[in-house]
Design a protein around this ligand. Structure first.
Ligand code: ZN
Length: 223
Protein backbone atom coordinates (compact mmCIF):
# COMPACT_ATOMS: atom_id res chain seq x y z
CA UNK A 1 0.00 0.00 0.00
CA UNK A 2 2.67 2.48 1.05
CA UNK A 3 4.82 1.40 -1.84
CA UNK A 4 1.91 2.09 -4.17
CA UNK A 5 1.35 5.53 -2.67
CA UNK A 6 5.01 6.32 -3.08
CA UNK A 7 4.93 5.06 -6.65
CA UNK A 8 1.93 7.21 -7.55
CA UNK A 9 3.42 10.27 -5.84
CA UNK A 10 6.61 9.69 -7.77
CA UNK A 11 4.67 9.41 -11.01
CA UNK A 12 3.02 12.77 -10.31
CA UNK A 13 6.36 14.40 -9.59
CA UNK A 14 7.85 12.98 -12.77
CA UNK A 15 4.85 14.16 -14.80
CA UNK A 16 5.20 17.68 -13.36
CA UNK A 17 8.92 17.68 -14.13
CA UNK A 18 8.31 16.54 -17.68
CA UNK A 19 5.72 19.26 -18.13
CA UNK A 20 8.05 21.99 -16.91
CA UNK A 21 10.83 20.66 -19.13
CA UNK A 22 8.75 21.23 -22.24
CA UNK A 23 7.47 24.58 -21.05
CA UNK A 24 10.77 26.35 -20.61
CA UNK A 25 10.97 27.69 -24.16
CA UNK A 26 7.60 29.28 -24.76
CA UNK A 27 7.36 29.64 -28.51
CA UNK A 28 3.77 30.80 -28.70
CA UNK A 29 2.20 34.14 -27.96
CA UNK A 30 -0.45 34.82 -25.35
CA UNK A 31 -3.98 34.00 -26.51
CA UNK A 32 -5.17 36.62 -28.98
CA UNK A 33 -1.76 38.22 -29.42
CA UNK A 34 -2.41 38.20 -33.15
CA UNK A 35 1.08 37.70 -34.53
CA UNK A 36 1.31 33.99 -35.34
CA UNK A 37 3.73 34.65 -38.20
CA UNK A 38 6.27 35.78 -35.67
CA UNK A 39 6.06 32.54 -33.72
CA UNK A 40 6.29 30.45 -36.90
CA UNK A 41 9.53 32.24 -37.72
CA UNK A 42 10.71 31.89 -34.14
CA UNK A 43 10.22 28.11 -34.11
CA UNK A 44 12.04 27.79 -37.43
CA UNK A 45 14.91 29.98 -36.18
CA UNK A 46 15.28 27.97 -32.97
CA UNK A 47 15.23 24.74 -34.98
CA UNK A 48 18.18 26.05 -36.99
CA UNK A 49 20.14 26.53 -33.77
CA UNK A 50 19.06 23.14 -32.47
CA UNK A 51 20.43 21.44 -35.60
CA UNK A 52 23.43 23.70 -36.19
CA UNK A 53 26.71 22.23 -37.42
CA UNK A 54 28.36 24.35 -34.72
CA UNK A 55 28.22 22.38 -31.44
CA UNK A 56 28.35 25.54 -29.36
CA UNK A 57 25.15 26.82 -30.93
CA UNK A 58 23.44 23.48 -30.32
CA UNK A 59 24.68 23.63 -26.75
CA UNK A 60 23.21 27.11 -26.21
CA UNK A 61 19.84 25.94 -27.49
CA UNK A 62 19.88 22.79 -25.37
CA UNK A 63 20.85 24.76 -22.25
CA UNK A 64 18.01 27.22 -22.82
CA UNK A 65 15.54 24.34 -23.17
CA UNK A 66 16.85 22.65 -20.03
CA UNK A 67 17.10 25.78 -17.87
CA UNK A 68 14.99 25.82 -14.71
CA UNK A 69 13.51 29.23 -15.57
CA UNK A 70 11.00 29.72 -18.37
CA UNK A 71 12.07 31.67 -21.47
CA UNK A 72 9.35 33.43 -23.48
CA UNK A 73 9.48 35.58 -26.59
CA UNK A 74 7.66 38.71 -27.73
CA UNK A 75 7.80 40.48 -31.04
CA UNK A 76 9.04 44.07 -31.04
CA UNK A 77 6.37 46.12 -32.78
CA UNK A 78 5.11 49.72 -32.97
CA UNK A 79 3.97 49.26 -29.38
CA UNK A 80 6.46 51.11 -27.14
CA UNK A 81 5.82 48.47 -24.47
CA UNK A 82 7.89 46.10 -26.63
CA UNK A 83 10.83 48.50 -26.92
CA UNK A 84 14.10 48.71 -25.04
CA UNK A 85 13.97 51.07 -22.06
CA UNK A 86 16.18 53.53 -23.98
CA UNK A 87 13.25 54.08 -26.38
CA UNK A 88 14.97 52.43 -29.36
CA UNK A 89 12.30 50.46 -31.27
CA UNK A 90 14.91 48.26 -33.00
CA UNK A 91 17.16 47.23 -30.16
CA UNK A 92 16.52 43.67 -28.99
CA UNK A 93 16.44 43.13 -25.24
CA UNK A 94 15.73 40.51 -22.60
CA UNK A 95 13.81 41.27 -19.43
CA UNK A 96 13.30 39.34 -16.19
CA UNK A 97 9.59 38.54 -15.78
CA UNK A 98 9.73 39.41 -12.06
CA UNK A 99 9.99 43.09 -13.01
CA UNK A 100 12.85 43.74 -10.60
CA UNK A 101 15.80 45.83 -11.83
CA UNK A 102 18.44 44.00 -13.86
CA UNK A 103 21.15 45.68 -11.77
CA UNK A 104 20.19 43.40 -8.86
CA UNK A 105 21.55 40.43 -10.82
CA UNK A 106 19.96 37.02 -10.15
CA UNK A 107 21.34 34.16 -8.06
CA UNK A 108 18.26 32.02 -8.52
CA UNK A 109 16.58 30.99 -11.75
CA UNK A 110 14.21 33.69 -13.00
CA UNK A 111 11.73 33.54 -15.86
CA UNK A 112 12.74 35.75 -18.77
CA UNK A 113 11.23 37.28 -21.90
CA UNK A 114 13.20 38.01 -25.06
CA UNK A 115 11.91 41.00 -27.05
CA UNK A 116 13.12 40.75 -30.61
CA UNK A 117 12.18 42.18 -34.01
CA UNK A 118 10.80 39.75 -36.57
CA UNK A 119 13.62 40.58 -38.99
CA UNK A 120 16.12 39.00 -36.56
CA UNK A 121 14.37 35.65 -37.15
CA UNK A 122 14.59 35.81 -40.96
CA UNK A 123 17.61 33.86 -42.22
CA UNK A 124 19.80 35.99 -44.44
CA UNK A 125 18.66 39.34 -43.05
CA UNK A 126 21.27 41.67 -41.57
CA UNK A 127 19.87 41.22 -38.08
CA UNK A 128 19.81 37.46 -38.44
CA UNK A 129 23.43 37.45 -39.51
CA UNK A 130 24.39 39.79 -36.69
CA UNK A 131 23.40 37.07 -34.21
CA UNK A 132 20.88 39.07 -32.22
CA UNK A 133 18.84 35.97 -31.38
CA UNK A 134 21.89 34.15 -30.02
CA UNK A 135 22.95 37.24 -28.04
CA UNK A 136 19.56 37.55 -26.36
CA UNK A 137 19.39 33.81 -25.70
CA UNK A 138 22.55 34.12 -23.58
CA UNK A 139 20.93 36.85 -21.46
CA UNK A 140 17.77 34.76 -21.11
CA UNK A 141 19.81 31.68 -20.19
CA UNK A 142 21.71 33.65 -17.54
CA UNK A 143 18.39 34.73 -16.00
CA UNK A 144 16.80 31.29 -16.31
CA UNK A 145 19.75 29.63 -14.58
CA UNK A 146 20.37 32.28 -11.89
CA UNK A 147 23.75 33.22 -13.39
CA UNK A 148 22.77 36.81 -14.14
CA UNK A 149 25.60 39.10 -13.07
CA UNK A 150 24.69 42.46 -11.59
CA UNK A 151 27.48 44.01 -13.69
CA UNK A 152 26.11 44.63 -17.18
CA UNK A 153 29.59 44.69 -18.74
CA UNK A 154 30.09 41.06 -17.68
CA UNK A 155 26.63 40.14 -18.94
CA UNK A 156 27.28 41.73 -22.31
CA UNK A 157 30.75 40.19 -22.69
CA UNK A 158 29.20 36.76 -22.10
CA UNK A 159 26.44 37.42 -24.64
CA UNK A 160 28.80 38.81 -27.28
CA UNK A 161 31.15 35.84 -26.82
CA UNK A 162 28.48 33.44 -28.11
CA UNK A 163 27.22 36.01 -30.61
CA UNK A 164 30.74 36.05 -32.05
CA UNK A 165 30.82 32.23 -32.16
CA UNK A 166 27.69 32.54 -34.30
CA UNK A 167 29.29 35.20 -36.50
CA UNK A 168 32.41 33.08 -36.92
CA UNK A 169 30.25 30.12 -37.90
CA UNK A 170 28.39 32.02 -40.63
CA UNK A 171 31.38 34.09 -41.79
CA UNK A 172 30.18 37.46 -40.49
CA UNK A 173 32.59 40.04 -39.07
CA UNK A 174 33.25 39.84 -35.33
CA UNK A 175 31.55 42.30 -33.04
CA UNK A 176 34.47 44.05 -31.38
CA UNK A 177 32.71 46.52 -29.09
CA UNK A 178 29.51 46.95 -27.18
CA UNK A 179 27.99 50.05 -28.81
CA UNK A 180 31.43 51.66 -28.61
CA UNK A 181 31.35 51.59 -24.79
CA UNK A 182 33.82 48.77 -24.17
CA UNK A 183 35.67 46.19 -26.29
CA UNK A 184 34.20 42.73 -26.82
CA UNK A 185 37.31 40.83 -27.87
CA UNK A 186 36.97 37.75 -25.65
CA UNK A 187 36.35 35.21 -28.41
CA UNK A 188 39.05 36.68 -30.61
CA UNK A 189 41.50 36.45 -27.67
CA UNK A 190 40.37 32.97 -26.60
CA UNK A 191 40.69 31.70 -30.19
CA UNK A 192 44.30 32.81 -30.37
CA UNK A 193 45.12 31.18 -27.04
CA UNK A 194 43.10 28.02 -27.47
CA UNK A 195 41.09 28.80 -24.32
CA UNK A 196 37.55 28.77 -25.70
CA UNK A 197 36.61 25.78 -23.46
CA UNK A 198 37.62 27.77 -20.37
CA UNK A 199 35.31 30.62 -21.36
CA UNK A 200 32.49 28.18 -22.07
CA UNK A 201 33.03 26.66 -18.66
CA UNK A 202 32.48 30.08 -17.11
CA UNK A 203 29.42 30.62 -19.27
CA UNK A 204 27.73 27.39 -18.27
CA UNK A 205 28.73 27.09 -14.62
CA UNK A 206 29.16 30.58 -13.14
CA UNK A 207 28.04 34.15 -13.57
CA UNK A 208 31.35 35.92 -14.14
CA UNK A 209 33.83 35.74 -17.00
CA UNK A 210 37.63 35.65 -17.39
CA UNK A 211 39.40 39.01 -17.22
CA UNK A 212 39.09 40.95 -20.47
CA UNK A 213 42.05 40.76 -22.86
CA UNK A 214 44.76 43.35 -22.22
CA UNK A 215 44.22 46.55 -24.18
CA UNK A 216 46.09 46.81 -27.46
CA UNK A 217 49.12 49.12 -27.37
CA UNK A 218 48.36 52.61 -28.69
CA UNK A 219 48.32 52.55 -32.44
CA UNK A 220 48.69 48.78 -32.53
CA UNK A 221 46.20 46.09 -33.33
CA UNK A 222 44.94 43.69 -30.70
CA UNK A 223 46.93 40.50 -30.71
ZN1 ZN B 1 23.04 42.36 -24.50
Amino acid sequence: MIARLIASALALILAAAAESAVAVLVVEGPAGSGNPGFYDKLRAALAILERSDEPNLRRLHAAAVAAPGRISFREMTDDPASWHSDGNPDRGHTEPDDGRPKREGRDRPADATIFIPRSALEPGSARWRSGLLVHELVHALDLATGRYNRNYVLRERRAVFVQNLWRQHIGFQFRDSYHGKFPTLDLQFASQRGTIPEYLNYLYTRKDFPDPPPAAPAGGRPR
